[in-house]
Ligand binder design. Structure first.
Ligand code: A2P
Length: 338
C-alpha cells in the first residue's frame, strides 16, 4: 500500500529537503503534491529524478492526500492544517503553531514515538524545534539512566533554520564584504556574515527569546517531565547548514564521561565522535550538514560540579531538525497506525 503526500511549503528550505528525503528513503509514497503560495504555483521542484509542478495551496483539495507535511510558517499551518485534517489528511506540522497544545502530540521518534498514537485526536502531529530535537536525542538516554536535574545550553544555529531568504542574505553579505561593497541587513537585524547574533525569534517578557523558551517548553513536553530545569541561550552564527550546541547538564545521580560515552554509543540516532586530539570532535560543516545523524563529542565531567557533564552536539538542522524528523514520524505512522 502507498500513501499520497502533500508537501506544504515545497519551494522552501525545509520543503525541498522533505521531497529529497521522501525520494531517497523507502517511504511507501504514491502521489506527491508540492504546494506553495500562488507566487510559485506552476514552477517546478525536484522529486527524485522527476520534476513536479507546484500547486497553489489555497486551491488544493486535501482529501487527495493521506499525509500532509507542513513547513510554510505558523500562520499557514494555523489556517490549513485543521482543514487538511478534517479532509482525512494526517498533518505532520513543522511549525510552532500546535506544539504547545496539550492535545497535539509533539514527537521525536528516538524519544517518544508512542505519542504518535494520539494523532487520532486532531489529525495533527507536531514536529519540535530543530534545537530541541538534537538536544533531546542526546539527552534522553542520560535522563532515563540517571535523571537530569538541569540543562544549561548554548546553541550555535545555522541560517538555514530561518529559511531561504536568510541563506541568501548570508551568501550576499559575505560576497559583498569580501569585495568591499555595501552591506544590507534585511532578514536579520544586524550583519550575520562574520558575526554572531544572540537573538533567535521574538523577545519574551522574561528576557529570553521565543527560540530559547521553545527549548524549555518542548523539553518538558517531550520528556514528559516538568521538573527538568532548562536554561538556554540561542545564538545565530554564520553557518549555512548544521546546528551545534554546548550542553552543560547536572544529573540526579553521578554519571562519568566514560559511562556517558558508552551509553550514547549504543543509543538510536547518535554517533559518538570524541577523541581528545586535534579535530577529534564533530562540526556543523564537516559532519553535521547533509547527515542524518546526531553527533556527540567533547564529553567530559564538569570540573565545577560533582554531577555535571558537558557535551557538544551537532546535527543537520534542516534534516534531523526538521524534514527528516517529520518523515521518520510519517514512517512510524504508516507502519503502525494507518
Ligand atoms: P513560496 O515559494 O510560494 O513563497 P522558507 O522557509 O525557505 O522561507 O520557505 C517558506 C515556504 O513557505 C515556501 O515554500 C513558500 O512558498 C511557502 N509559503 C509562504 N507563504 C505561503 C502562503 N501564503 N501559502 C502557501 N505557501 C506559502
Amino acid at each position: 500500500r502507498t500513501f499520497d503526500v502533500a508537501v506544504v511549503g515545497a519551494t522552501g528550505a525545509v520543503g525541498e529537503v522533505m521531497l529529497e528525503i521522501l525520494a531517497e528513503r523507502n517511504f511507501p509514497v504514491g502521489k506527491v503534491y508540492p504546494l506553495a503560495s500562488e507566487r510559485s504555483a506552476g514552477s517546478k521542484v525536484q522529486f527524485g529524478d522527476k520534476m513536479l509542478t507546484v500547486q497553489n495551496l489555497a486551491e488544493f483539495d486535501f482529501s487527495r492526500a493521506q499525509i500532509g507535511l507542513f513547513s510554510a510558517g505558523a500562520s499557514i499551518s494555523k489556517e490549513y492544517a485543521p482543514k487538511a485534517a478534517a479532509a482525512g489528511c494526517v498533518v505532520i506540522d513543522n511549525t510552532s503553531q500546535f506544539r504547545y497544545d496539550d492535545e497535539i502530540p509533539l514527537v521525536v521518534p528516538e524519544v517518544n514515538p508512542e505519542k504518535i498514537a494520539h494523532y487520532k485526536d486532531h489529525g495533527i502531529i507536531a514536529n519540535p524545534n530543530c534545537s530541541t530535537i538534537q538536544m533531546l536525542v542526546a539527552l534522553k538516554p542520560i535522563h532515563d539512566a540517571v535523571g537530569i536535574e538541569r540543562i544549561n545550553v548554548c546553541t550555535y544555529q545555522a541560517v538555514s533554520g530561518t529559511g531561504k531568504d536568510a541563506i541568501q542574505e548570508l551568501a550576499t553579505q559575505t560576497a559583498n564584504l569580501l569585495n568591499t561593497k555595501d552591506l544590507k541587513a534585511e532578514v536579520y537585524p544586524k550583519q550575520i556574515a562574520f558575526n554572531v547574533l544572540p537573538h533567535i525569534d521574538v523577545f519574551q517578557e522574561n528576557g529570553y527569546t521565543k527560540e530559547e523558551m521553545k527549548m524549555v517548553w518542548e523539553t518538558h513536553k517531550i520528556m514528559d517531565d516538568e521538573s527538568i530545569l532548562v536554561n538556554p541561550t540561542a545564538v545565530r552564527v554564520p553557518v549555512f547548514f548544521g546546528h551545534s550546541e554546548a550542553l552543560h547538564i547536572e544529573t540526579c545521580d553521578k554519571m562519568t564521561a566514560d559511562q556517558c560515552r558508552e551509553l550514547l554509543a549504543s543509543s538510536p540516532g547518535i554517533e559518538i565522535m570524541d577523541e581528545r586530539k586535534d579535530g577529534g570532535y564533530p562540526t556543523a560543516v564537516t559532519e553535521g550538514a547533509n547527515s542524518d545523524t546526531v553527533y556527540v563529542g567533547r564529553i567530559r565531567e564538569d570540573i565545577s560540579h560533582p554531577r555535571g557533564l558537558d557535551l557538544w552536539v551537532v546535527a543537520d538542522n534542516v534534516r534531523k531538525g526538521a524534514a527528516l524528523n517529520s518523515i521518520q514520524i510519517a514512517e512510524i505512522l504508516v507502519k503502525n497506525y494507518l
